[in-house]
Structure formats: C-alpha cells, structure tokens
Design a protein around this ligand. Structure first.
Ligand SMILES: [Zn+2]
Length: 253
C-alpha cells in the first residue's frame, strides 16, 4: 500500500460522520433533532419548521457534530419554550380523534379487510379502519391523502373554470411552511393536511393558488381575483392563522 492510499484510507477512517439527526433531552424525554449539513451556511442555526415537532440544526461548512451538540445545549431553553407553545401532538391511534373536513372523527379499528370508511354511530362521526393495528396510522394517512386529492382537484377545477385559466398538474405533498404553491407553468401543489380543515378553508386555498395563474404575486389585483371567486376569503385566512398549526400536530407522536 503506497503512502497516498494509506493517507486516503486514514482520512476515510477519520472522516467525521455526518448523521442526519441527533437527540436532545428536554424535560427528561429525548427530542429528535434533524441535522442539516450545509456548506453554504455561515453559522449554526436552530429552527422549527412551521409547527412540525422536529427542530432542525443547520451545520455550516467545516462544522462538527460535537459543536452542533454544544450549540443545541446552549439553546435548550429556547427550544423547550418553543416546543411547549406548539399545539399538542395528535397521534393517529385506535380510539383517537382526527379532524376531517373540519369535523372531529373518532378512529375505530376493526379486524378484517376493506377500505377505510366514514360512518356515523350514535351521533358520533367515525373513521372505520381495518387491517392490523400497526398499519393503522399509515392507512388513515393514505385515506386522508386520497380524500384530499379528490376535494382539492375538484375545487381547483371549479376555480380554474371560473377564472378561465388552465391548471396542468395538481400535486399533493406535506410542506411545513406553506399550504400551497403555484408555478408559472401551471403546476399547483397543496398540503394534503388541508383535508382536515373546514371545506371553506380548502376552497379558499384552491382559489388562492388558482388565482396565481392570473397574477403571480400578492398584489391588490391578485387579492381581487381571490375575493371574486372566494367570498369567504377573510374568514378562511383567519381560520388558517388561528388553527393551521394544529393540522401539523396530527400524526405526531
Ligand atoms: Zn400566494
């Protein structure tokens, strides 16, 4: 083995690991923290994405895991306060509650097969979920995403027809900092979590994104387009400001 290859081997061994997460203890419980190694970052930063309960530490060029941990320790008080201010986590479990189109639904697990379905039982709205219990959160989430796609596609098509614009694609995702986006090429993306909000709020979001195909900005003209196709705009915006964060708490542990 030549000197150079020995050196390469040694530097490979010595290369610092770049894990994508670590944990910090808060009130006796470990909190998972995402680590973002970013060579263009100038300093360590700590932030929360929307109301997602996984904080992110950005590590700058030549940063080290040990330094990131020190940084996290120094900001533990700030992090504790911020996490405490988030809406309580709403895990998807048998017997738990989940909002669907703005109405609470009780999650009820059933042995057997079949699709997730909605029913009413003694005045209570329920989500009946079959299959094994360990797959229950995923089955509920998949169901919500299907319902979200249906409602969002319908609202998008309706508003696009009214405004006379053409939407190329509707995409669904789970962004943490916004509920929707619209590209100049006609692709509109939504958060599937919008299906948990009241229908008028989902309708406003679709109106907002479709109106961007007329105005790719937030000018007065843009807002006039939104108001024209969505009379409940102000109430919907207020609802999102007040309750939007709680939608991110659904499915968190
Ligand atoms: Zn916008």
């Amino acid at each position: 083995m030549g000197f150079l290859s020995r050196l390469t081997q040694a530097s490979k061994r010595a290369a610092p690991a770049k894990p994508d997460h670590c944990h910090v203890e808060i009130d006796g419980a470990p909190v998972r923290v995402a680590l973002l190694w970013n060579d263009r970052a100038l300093r360590y930063t700590l932030r929360l994405r929307g109301s997602v309960r996984e904080p992110v530490v950005t590590i700058p060029a030549r940063g080290k895991l040990a330094e990131a941990r020190d940084f996290l320790e120094r900001h533990r008080g700030w992090l504790r306060a911020r996490l405490a201010a988030l809406p309580a986590a709403t895990p998807i479990v048998d017997g738990g509650w989940i909002p669907l189109r703005g109405e609470p639904h009780r999650i009820v697990h059933h042995a057997g097969r079949g699709l997730v379905r909605i029913d009413q039982h003694e005045g209570e709205r329920r989500l009946l979920v079959t299959g094994s219990v360990e797959h229950l959160p995923r089955r509920v989430t998949d169901f919500l995403k299907r319902e979200a796609r249906r409602d969002l596609e319908a609202a998008t098509a309706r508003h696009a027809a009214t405004l006379g614009v053409k939407v190329k694609t509707v995409r669904l995702g789970d962004p943490t900092s916004r509920w929707g986006s619209c590209s100049s090429t006609g692709t509109i993306a939504y958060s599937w979590r919008m299906i948990m909000a009241p229908p008028a709020v989902l309708d406003y979001l679709a109106a907002h994104e479709v109106a961007h195909l007329r105005e790719m900005n937030h000018s007065d003209r843009f807002w006039r387009h939104v108001a024209a196709i969505c009379p409940g705009m102000d109430e919907a915006k207020a609802w999102l400001n007040r309750h939007g964060a709680s939608l991110h708490a659904v499915g968190a542990d």
